[in-house]
Design a protein around this ligand. Structure first.
Ligand SMILES: CC(C)(COP(=O)(O)OP(=O)(O)OC[C@H]1O[C@@H](n2cnc3c(N)ncnc32)[C@H](O)[C@@H]1OP(=O)(O)O)[C@@H](O)C(=O)NCCC(=O)NCCS
Length: 188
């Protein structure tokens, strides 16, 4: 089960002579159905720029219990989903922090909590497909060929309009200490 945590987030220092803004308390908690609309807005704002795949309101509602949300003063300012791809592989999806809240460590807190959730559910690997691998590599993920993730290819990629011309990076984190694992025999 994913637990709730509260962290004090220090916004990036403003330029000029403005006094530094007070740190704001940001909570990370499990999402519930009342968060679905806010999650949908966060995701939708990043679909146009090509950073995230679209999610329908029904899809978000169906999977809302897999999401974590970051909140400040009750407002949802970030989210991320941990979706099981197989018994041993989970995927981070729809990881997003509101544009005005970035670079303050909230994305890292969400990612760390999602990975901890994967560990608790017994996953041995957590993966993601992203245009921003740095946020993941900083947490120990490695960039790997897409074909190292056959679970993802069979679940989502084959039906995607970007299949075989996808510009996203595949990243994977080994949770069980296994490192340097190559492509599996029979991988597509
Ligand atoms: C990726 C994202 C969730 C990171 O959230 P955040 O709160 O800004 O992240 P953090 O402040 O914890 O920073 C995490 C790392 O990612 C890096 N990073 C964040 N946004 C970045 C960007 N647009 N380009 C390159 N690196 C970026 C940060 O520099 C930091 O790395 P560092 O510690 O080596 O400097 C946020 O940028 C976002 O919502 N992006 C749009 C949606 C998206 O692309 N999601 C990822 C696909 S699943």
């Amino acid at each position: 089960m994913i637990t709730t945590s509260t962290v004090r987030v220090h916004p990036p220092a403003a330029g000029g002579r403005q006094p530094a803004p007070r740190p704001a308390v940001v909570s990370i908690r499990l999402a519930d159905r009342s968060d679905a609309a806010a999650i949908g807005r966060l995701v939708a704002a990043n679909v146009g720029p090509g950073l995230l795949l679209p999610r329908s309101p029904a899809d978000i509602l169906r999977h809302v219990s897999r999401f974590l949300v970051a909140t400040r003063e009750g407002a949802v300012i970030g989210c991320g989903e941990l979706a099981p791809l197989s018994r041993t592989m989970s995927e981070v999806r729809s990881l997003v922090v509101a544009a005005g809240e970035r670079s303050a460590g909230i994305g890292t807190r969400l990612l760390t909590s999602l990975v901890a959730g994967g560990r608790r559910r017994g996953a041995s690997r957590v993966c993601a497909f992203t245009h921003i691998p740095r946020a993941f590599v900083a947490q120990g993920f490695s960039i790997v060929p897409h074909t190292w993730l056959p679970e993802k290819i069979m679940t989502d990629c084959q039906g995607c309009e970007w299949f075989r011309r996808c510009a996203q990076y595949a990243v994977v984190l080994e949770l069980d200490g296994a490192r340097g694992r190559g492509p599996r025999r029979g991988s597509p």
